[in-house]
Write a protein that binds this ligand. Sequence first.
Ligand SMILES: [Zn+2]
Ligand SMILES: [Zn+2]
Length: 176
Amino acid sequence: MKKNAHDYPALAEGQLRNSALRTTDARIKVLAALLGARHALSHQDVQDMLPGMDRVTLYRALDGLTDAGLAHKISGDDRVFRYSAGLEEAEAGDGHAHQHQHGHFKCTRCARVFCIENVDEKLFTTDMDARKAGSAATLRQQLQKILHSTLGKGFQSHDIELTIKGLCADCAAQSR
Ligand SMILES: [Zn+2]
Ligand SMILES: [Zn+2]
């Protein structure tokens, strides 16, 4: 989908209407801010973009959007939660969206976090799916093996959090 700067409130409203959430002005504004951002936003980032919004309302809007699967929450090693909205998440729209897993890129200089969409999904598929598809060992299978050899049989991973750290394009250009 094309990202047109003027469409975010309309896009946000449409996603909310298709979700289990009640459409409120605050949710529309917060979701529109997330949809329009290239990188994930912290509470503070959203607050800065919506200075008129009450703090508690903002927290509730972010939590509601996350619970409904319209946004996802990324925990950082700096103890700051960041939020991002993606189009895939919105399409589930049943209020219980199963989020497809994806990796993140974190810039170690400016601390911006970017979602890595379009990662080969095979990396994250379950062993069962991979066998069906006849594909080579997925990252998940390899990690499962490591789990078994270090922790013992019986340990089952169900989530992989992948964060790549480095410099974003802006910071890399500045350090040259
Ligand atoms: Zn950066
Ligand atoms: Zn993400």
